[in-house]
Design a protein around this ligand. Structure first.
Ligand code: SAM
Length: 293
């Protein structure tokens, strides 16, 4: 089991498979890192196997946009078994790939959708077509890549008026779609577009049948009769950092202990066996909470 110097158990691995993306969202933090020379499916599997022996239970595939990799199905296929293998995607190619991904071992997807308005979507993504994403969600649900989680990043004065609309959208899927309202991480630190998701707590606390606090970053999940909502507040949140059980791999094979930093990366590309295990342990030991009390 991997435990860092702050007593945080690491159970979730987030693997970026590319920094490239077919969209260009105006707020995107690009996972805090740009990679050029992407790992092959075999290299990804080697690293994932090592993490598995060290107690990683859940894997999330991310990017850039994972579905623009031609070998994305092979990447999933080659991964060892985990409790869950999920993917975060913009959903544009999901309708076409859902079935193959499911057969390859993908458990479920997160789909980024910040608005339900086609014109706003085009502006936010700088050219994206919302119809393809909606079709992708529909297909993911019918293929059983569920629960599908909608990632909606809230940007003040842009999409904060659509919170209820997104809840209504999720309700249609009778529990198979969960909406995550995500606070904007502004890497320029200028406060632009910031909306405090804590403002939504009271509103969801009211009618919820059950309120769960997830192990991961103590995220609150509000469960209603036929839908669920989750609040993700990464900014200035010491609780979020103190309960962070996630570690990242960049698309070129570096362990990234924290989204917010690039000065403590550990390169594991090409390492095998004992040296790979030792490098992972070293990366875990340099982990520290970014926001502290
Ligand atoms: N292309 C994939 C997608 O759209 O989901 C995966 C990569 S994207 C960087 C992963 C998630 O990070 C998306 O849900 C996106 O909305 C979120 N994200 C990107 N920039 C963000 C920011 N500045 N603050 C909060 N979340 C952000």
């Amino acid at each position: 089991m991997l435990v860092d110097a702050f007593g945080r158990r690491i159970t979730n691995l987030r693997i970026s498979v590319t920094s490239r993306c077919n969209l260009n969202c105006f707020y995107c933090h690009r996972e805090g890192y740009e990679a050029y020379n992407e790992l092959s499916p075999e290299e990804i599997a080697e690293i994932a196997r090592a993490f598995k022996t060290l107690g990683i239970r859940k894997v999330k595939i991310t990017g850039g946009e994972p579905l623009i990799r031609k070998d994305i199905v092979e990447i999933i296929e080659k991964l060892p078994l985990f409790d869950e293998i999920s993917m975060t995607t913009n959903g544009v190619f999901l309708a076409r790939l859902s079935e193959e991904l499911k057969s390859a071992g993908l458990s479920r997807v997160n789909v980024s959708l910040d608005t339900l308005d086609p014109e706003k979507y085009r502006v936010m993504t700088r050219g994206g077509k919302i119809e393809r994403v909606l079709e992708g969600i529909e297909t993911a649900v019918s293929t059983g890549l569920t629960p599908v989680k909608i990632n909606m990043v809230l940007v003040e004065n842009f999409n904060t008026d659509e919170i209820d609309d997104m809840v209504e959208f999720a309700k249609r899927y009778e529990g198979k779609v969960i909406v995550q309202f995500i606070e904007l991480v502004n890497l320029n630190y200028d406060g632009q577009g910031h909306f405090d998701v804590d403002k939504l707590r009271e509103r969801f606390e009211k009618g919820a049948r059950m309120i769960k606090t997830r192990d991961m970053q103590r995220r609150k999940q509000y469960i209603f009769e036929n839908y669920a909502v989750e609040l993700v507040k990464p900014v200035d949140n010491t609780e979020f950092c103190s309960a962070c059980n996630r570690i990242r791999i960049t698309a070129d094979g570096k362990i990234k202990p924290c989204l917010m930093r690039n000065d403590n990366l550990v390169d594991v590309r090409g390492l095998k066996g004992e040296s790979l295990i030792n490098a992972i342990k070293k990366a875990v030991m340099v982990r520290e909470p970014y926001f502290r009390g």
